[in-house]
Design a protein around this ligand. Sequence first.
Ligand SMILES: Nc1ncnc2c1ncn2[C@@H]1O[C@H](COP(=O)(O)OP(=O)(O)OP(=O)(O)O)[C@@H](O)[C@H]1O
Length: 416
Amino acid sequence: MSDNILVGVRIRPLIPREVNEASAVHWKIGDGESILQIDPSSRRSLCSPYKFDRVFGMDCNNEDIYCSIAEGIIESALAGFNATIFAYGQTSSGKTYTMMGDKQEPGIIPLAIRNIFQSIENNPDREYLIRVSYMEIYNETITDLLASRDQKGKGLAVREDISGNVYVADLKEECINSEEMLLAIMKKGNKNRHVAASNMNDRSSRSHAIFRLILESRERSEGDDSDVAVTVSHLNLVDLAGSENASQTGATGDRLKEGGFINKSLFMLGRVISQLSEGEQFVNFRDSKLTRILQLSLGGNAKTAVVCTVTPVGIEQTHSTLRFASRAKAVKNKPVVNEVLSDAALLKRYAMEIKTLQNSLAKERSTDKAQEVDKVREMLDEKERKNQELLQKISELKENLVVSSLPRESARNIGI
Ligand SMILES: Nc1ncnc2c1ncn2[C@@H]1O[C@H](COP(=O)(O)OP(=O)(O)OP(=O)(O)O)[C@@H](O)[C@H]1O
């Protein structure tokens, strides 16, 4: 099975700054799948249309983008496929608005979180273990957005395990068991992200942010389930920093330096996409942290979607984004469901640990306590304390599992 990267293009409405400057609109949407440059006064076409899987006009909202581009990818991640959605575009084109949104209009990330917990609720026959990490690449340094200030060191290293999987060493992963908990973690990470004002955007992201969920799931069962396969998938939701032109953003000093890093890593991403779209044998994944971390999502074992955001007033930069989007459309991935039978899956290890603890508890309880009372009363107290600890540990492990509140299908069939 081979899947092309799904590509959507979104043109945002004019923002107040552009309205005040009486900026002209240079782009027109064709039929929901194409976009072309027009002359603002005559509205005559100035180029042949760029075609994509979907093109979203100024009146589309985040929910529209989510339903057409993201929902299928999120469902695939829940079914065990690695998946990635990223937003790409020039500064101020609406990437953060699309990925994160705001209170009135939640973006792809909060909508995905809601979708994931609704799907779990609708699927009572499986149990899930969900972990989250949140990192940013700022000036080519990886920072953990979930680490407290005193835990932040010099930056995290990208490593490769013996199977060739790329990972970020020492990145914090938190187990989460509710939508509210995950949203709170997302907000905490957002607060830690590098943001600054520029002439183009009052809150310009100065880093690439990768919000990653690791989803493990397996059939729920009562009996001996040690050989039940666990599916494990990585879902990356990525808000890239925007390409920028110093003469437009007015960047100087630190901002100029950041812009240099941003443009360079986006150039590397563009080159990787180009190489993949042309089927080249050698691909420069290792030339930037961003392409290294996203390696699997670009031409690998993953379902990937990209939302390319453009402004209605940009001309050269919009063409440049659309060329990137056209190349991305030609990239093929090879997604497969990742099933794990070994104890590499945390869910498997949890299940085994729960079972071992339950066995020890049963053993402890079967000891003839009456005899022991005669002998050493303190020993009994000690055993009781140990039992409580085991029970506590079992319930803590179980708390991390996310399951539907509905009865399992099998239980419903026999009327439980
Ligand atoms: N679809 C939209 N509808 C209304 N306003 C939007 C839309 N998209 C973006 N905006 C507004 O445009 C401005 C820039 O958006 P945003 O910060 O998301 O851009 P960005 O691409 O993430 O920029 P940067 O690369 O500088 O971080 C913000 O004020 C945002 O509220």
